[in-house]
Design a protein around this ligand. Structure first.
Ligand code: CMP
Length: 139
């Protein structure tokens, strides 16, 4: 089925001017970028976004990193987009990511791992709704 997933190009990617390079990998994989905005996340937004990880030891570090510079938030659309984008991103830890994946190509570490993608349809819908309204999405 055609799905939508939510993507973030993280501060380590924008810092190195990699928006276009990452987008090229996304588009080559057959995913369509149907909404995109460059923002600076507030601490509140980052804490809400990552609320599921609140109890993890890396939560504070994760939030600090996500607000350390601009990010690009996106909605991606395509056949099986949620699983496909996770495949294109590669493993969370770049040392374990497959060749050709965004994280293998660009990520610096498990924390500064260049991209985020939704893990399931429910989280995709919730994450998209946190950052985009219907009018901002042109499928
Ligand atoms: P993301 O897909 O954005 O969702 C949760 C994030 O937590 C994950 O990517 C990683 O960037 C981050 N993360 C996971 N494990 C660790 C860790 N051990 N140390 C720091 N950050 C982590």
């Amino acid at each position: 089925a055609i799905e939508r997933t939510f993507s973030i190009l993280k501060p380590d990617a924008t810092e190195r001017n990699l928006t276009g390079a990452v987008n090229a990998v996304i588009e080559k994989a057959g995913l369509r970028i149907i909404a995109q905005r460059r923002i600076r996340m507030t601490r509140d937004q980052a804490e809400t976004f990552y609320a599921v990880h609140k109890a993890r030891p890396f939560f504070g570090e994760l939030v600090d990193f996500m607000i350390s510079g601009p990010v690009v938030v996106q909605v991606l659309e395509g056949e099986g987009a949620i699983a496909k984008y996770r495949e294109v991103m590669g493993a969370t830890d770049p040392a374990k990511a497959a060749d050709g994946t965004i994280r293998k190509l660009y990520a610096r570490s498990v924390g500064e791992n260049s991209v985020h993608g939704s893990d399931a349809p429910e989280t995709a819908a919730q994450e998209i709704a946190q950052f985009f309204s219907g009018n901002d999405i042109a499928g």
